[in-house]
Design a protein around this ligand. Structure first.
Ligand SMILES: *[C@@H]1O[C@H](CO)[C@@H](O)[C@H](O)[C@H]1NC(C)=O
Length: 176
């Protein structure tokens, strides 16, 4: 009898742990670890059945959309900077930092690692996305000449950095 009861309890536990999402209070606690909790909460929304893996997937999708949009923007900026070699050089460097060998490739890598369940890897790959974005905006080394960018690119970069900040905190909560 005791054996039967504990089996039922065990099955209920399995059902509970595999289908229940994380409560709003945990989402709040995750977002409180970011610099902009309100942005984080709006990004994660309120989805009672979502697990941390689901939320991480959601944020990776947003990051991919944002990076793709930014690549389009940079391509347009390159096309428009015909008579300004300094601008063209800056935007060409940014295109590399955002492309397959940069931010876009790292977003895909977070996806691959999430599927594999390598949560620490997700965290490291997310950090690389932030580095790629920073390399575009600030240059790869402190001695790089700064470019006074009046295009929407710096504000796109800020959005991506905020999205990545959420991804960093989420991926730290994965597997705990
Ligand atoms: C980033 O993605 C979000 C969600 O899809 C969207 O609302 C926002 O406009 C995007 N921002 C950029 C700069 O692509």
């Amino acid at each position: 009898m005791i054996c039967k009861v504990s089996f039922v309890v065990f099955v209920l536990f399995l059902l509970g742990s595999s289908s229940n999402g994380i409560p709003d209070s945990e989402v709040k606690s995750i977002c409180s670890k970011t610099q902009n909790p309100a942005f984080c909460l709006s990004l994660l929304g309120s989805n009672p059945s979502a697990t941390i893996v689901d939320l991480t997937q959601h944020v990776i999708d947003i990051a991919r959309g944002n990076v793709s949009n930014t690549i389009k923007l940079i391509s347009n900026l390159i096309a428009q900077s015909g008579k300004n070699p300094k601008a063209k050089e800056h935007y060409k460097a940014c295109l590399e930092h955002f492309g397959e060998d940069g931010a876009l490739g790292d977003v895909d890598y977070t996806q691959e690692l999430l599927h594999k369940g390598d949560y620490q890897g997700v965290n490291l790959a997310a950090a690389s996305i932030a580095d790629d974005v920073d390399d575009c905006i600030s240059g790869e080394s402190p001695t790089d000449p700064s470019f006074n960018d009046l295009s929407p690119l710096p504000s796109h970069a800020k959005v991506i950095e905020s999205v990545v900040a959420v991804l960093l905190v989420l991926s730290k909560s994965l597997g705990h």
